[in-house]
Design a protein around this ligand. Structure first.
Ligand code: TRP
Length: 331
């Protein structure tokens, strides 16, 4: 029996954060052993919102691949490729657009939200509007069974399923309807200010930053805002420091900080020092591997070239079937 397929993609918009690590990377790592894994850099998706300045895309692509591999994504197991190296994604996007009503794209929550909230970029372009449609093509072109993503992506997965269903009704059951998979723990890693960790909020801890940078950020973290004095009892449940410590610290240490915070026996500064130490310890092996990988020039591009070759048979097979079903093949 052939293995089921797992697929996911990240937009290359910068280095990966602790939010990526707990929100999705852990799932990707676990799945690469039991599934045929396809992990790709969604560089065309980055273009949809950052079309006015595309100068960072190649650099971010390379950094993302190094971050993935240093985190344990194994290029011998998982096929790591770049979206733009599979031009058929654009072709399939176009075919899928035939069965996708404009209203389906208009009602995607992230579309409405980002059009309203992101004011520093011009998102009135057609490419941005088609973002979820292209995502549906990414997924169906390799017939992904499972798609590990953050919670915010659920509407995109639902839309993919609807598009696949409509396509299948019109042209025969060629496309697989994928299942989303959400990370159990730490789906929402708080940033240094207590909001969801995100590069665009400026509250992110990057996996590949230096220990000094991490320590500085942790020492500046927000804690329970109601705890003004060390003698005030704190509430660990609303403290971002505690939330992150739970993910990276020793369970007994974490329990002790929980206790002494509630009883006002220990202060936040001490807890910050401990978290900085534990977090740097937790990330040390990753950072060492990351530095080793970065020392080989061109390594990420070699991995991507190999990945592009490895994804090819799946793409050729599906696209052959799709063109035939739509009568746009040689006949
Ligand atoms: N939309 C995803 C994000 O913003 C990135 C993405 C593009 C993706 N294509 C995909 C994720 C296909 C999963 C599957 O994070």
């Amino acid at each position: 029996m052939s293995k089921k397929r797992v697929l996911t993609g990240y937009r290359p918009t910068g280095r990966l954060t602790l939010g990526h690590w707990f929100g999705n990377l852990m799932n990707m790592l676990a799945l690469q052993d039991d599934y045929e894994a396809y992990y790709f850099v969604a560089d065309w998706h980055a273009l949809t919102s950052d079309w006015a300045d595309t100068s960072g895309i190649r650099k971010y692509t390379e950094e993302m691949v190094l971050d993935w591999i240093a985190a344990g994504i194994d290029p011998a197991k998982a096929t790591i490729y770049r979206q733009s190296d599979v031009p058929e994604v654009a072709e399939l996007t176009m075919y899928l657009s035939m069965v996708t009503p404009v209203t389906w794209l208009e009602r995607v929550p992230s579309y409405k939200e980002q059009r309203e909230q992101i004011t520093e970029k011009d998102l009135s372009n057609t490419g941005f509007f088609m973002y979820p449609l292209m995502q549906a093509a990414d997924i169906t072109i390799v017939q992904g069974d499972i798609v590990p993503v953050g919670e915010d992506q659920l509407p995109h997965l639902e839309l993919t399923r609807e598009i696949a269903r409509r396509f299948n009704n019109a042209y025969g059951g060629l496309l697989k309807e994928p299942q989303a998979m959400i990370a159990k723990e730490g789906a929402r890693v708080p940033g240094t200010d207590g909001r969801k960790m995100s590069k665009s909020y400026g509250n992110a801890i990057f996996l590949s930053e230096t220990e000094e940078e991490t320590t500085k950020k942790v020492m500046g973290m927000m804690t329970d805002p109601a705890r003004k004095l060390k003698t005030d009892p704190g509430d660990p449940d609303i403290c971002p420091l505690h939330q992150i410590h739970k993910l990276v610290g020793d369970a007994a240490d974490v329990a002790e900080f929980d206790r002494c915070c509630r009883s006002a026996e220990c202060g936040c500064v001490m807890h910050k020092r401990k978290l900085a130490e534990d977090l740097n310890g937790y990330l040390r092996a990753f950072r060492e591997r990351r530095a080793e990988l970065a020392a080989t020039p061109g390594y990420a591009w070699e991995v991507l070239a190999e990945g592009a070759a490895r994804v090819r048979p799946a793409v050729d097979e599906l696209m052959g079937n799709v063109r035939r079903a739509m009568h746009v093949d040689a006949g």
